[in-house]
Design a protein around this ligand. Sequence first.
Ligand code: DGT
Ligand code: CA
Ligand code: CA
Ligand code: ZN
Length: 580
Amino acid sequence: MDNKQIAGIFAEIADILEIQGADFFRVNAYRKAAFNILNMPHDLRDIVEKRPQELKKLPGIGEALRSIITELVTTGKCETYEEIKKGFPEGLLEILRLRGLGPKKVKLLHGELGIKNLTELKKAVEMHLVRELPGMGDKSEADMLKAIDEYAHFSSDRFLADEARDEAERIIQYMKECKDITKIEYAGSLRRCQDTIGDIDILVTVKDPVKSGKEIMERFVKYPEVIHVVAEGDTKSSTTLRSGIDVDLRVIDDESFGAAMHYFTGSKAHNIRIRDLAKKKGLKVSEYGVFKGEKCISGKEEKDIFEAVGLPYIIPEIRSDNGEIEYGLAHKEFPKFLELKDMRGDLHNHSHYSDGKNSIEEMAQAFIGKGYEYFAITDHSSVMGVTGGMGKKDVNEQWAEVDKLNKKLKGKITILKGCEVDILKDGSLDFDDETLKKLDVVIISAHMHQRLDYDSQTKRLISAIENKYSRILGHPTGRMINRRSPMEFDMEKVIEACVKNKVALEINANPLRLDLIDKYVRIAKEKGAKFVINTDSHATDQIDFMKYGVGIGRRGWLTKNDVLNTMNFKDLTAYFNSVY
Ligand code: DGT
Ligand code: CA
Ligand code: CA
Ligand code: ZN
């Protein structure tokens, strides 16, 4: 358990206690502890395990809370927390997550109206019972209704790609310590690089399934992050992790591994098409293999499945029954799709000139570590005051610094001068032409006015795209997964404007964005668009997000040639210069 998770539990205890009407000081002790833990620089796991005497020095954390921290770090559980949760309606915790609803209001709703969950709250609001409560009125009711709708809309039970992938990789690492395992891989939507993940599917083969199958399952359900075992069997078990994500683990016979990988990678729609193709050839394809009558004829490797039904190998990312079967039947092979190793640079990054956490030099060192040829620093323009956007003075300072660094780092990496320029409400850009002209990379992004009506939004974006200095349309829809819906506009028209004006479309690789989405990537490619895949890094540890963006590119059937930042530095600058 890390600091954030521990702080989360303390905050939840405080909320529950407050709703239950506990003593103010007790509530406050937990709340203050949660705040302090969230803001402390040290990892509590290190302190508990290596320097327990330092626990006493933590500000605002008394003895009782210290022992809870130790309990949480060492066992992952906490008796006080379990005790407090007993008999407390779980639905109230969900209500607490609504915007504008703190423990005070929840206590009132529960105490006065007996509300225990979201459905009951919604009913009470619709029956206008809430406005009668002390301190409430028409407006509080309307706000609550809005918060309920918003919550229903955004709180999907799907997880961000990086959360799921990190979890999966950690479990695989943990399981690999079991010497009997010969193969272990994740399948499902995670392997297909979908933008959100429902649950994690892991497949395992072992040297001797009869002997060690049981051991594998025992190890799996004992994984320290497991908070609930949904099912435990000899060949399949399911658990829920602390993060809320479910994991399915299956032990597979080595002879069936390919067939199982194919089946559990999906998608379901793709599987159904494969099964039908097999039937037409008088075969049966299942998760166990390819069968002719009762006899298993292949299935050890995934390619066996495609071979059996007369298809070339299909990469996991495009298995969705969106034309890949038809294409495969008509062609000997697929185009060579984009790969992570094709990427030679990253054209959207922030430094501490705006809201980034690192200096330009620190970013440069990180990118050198990745083996990139170049990267662009594209801090925000001035309008983004909240994120510390750059004014004219900062721009000049930054260019001088970039020039200096380029001399110093010559032969190692090249830094491009860029900017993420805001698209203003009327479609003009936040920097004048004089400034834009001097930049190597101009990304245009809409961070504000995301709720204009459909036609105005379309017009606004197109007019920004038409600015002769625009090079890249940054995170085109502005969506944030589970948080903010995309802007509404005519995507096809915007794509066409990008093609006409030679503005590349960004696939923003940040797992919270993954914007453009795969469907539009494919449409844009068909319309002749060019793409860039950028991490939009605000810190050095985000530069590894590239793989998620490449995954979306592959889902959109992109090849290396479609993506500008696969070019070498010389070709890239020649391309950008040719646009004028
Ligand atoms: P998710 O977890 O919702 O992000 O999406 P998936 O694709 O990982 O789906 P999941 O975990 O329910 O199942 C994993 C794979 O197993 C799925 O992609 C295809 C296969 N599968 C599951 N249920 C069925 C089914 O009823 N029929 C067929 N043909 N395949 C299935
Ligand atoms: Ca899944
Ligand atoms: Ca599953
Ligand atoms: Zn941005």
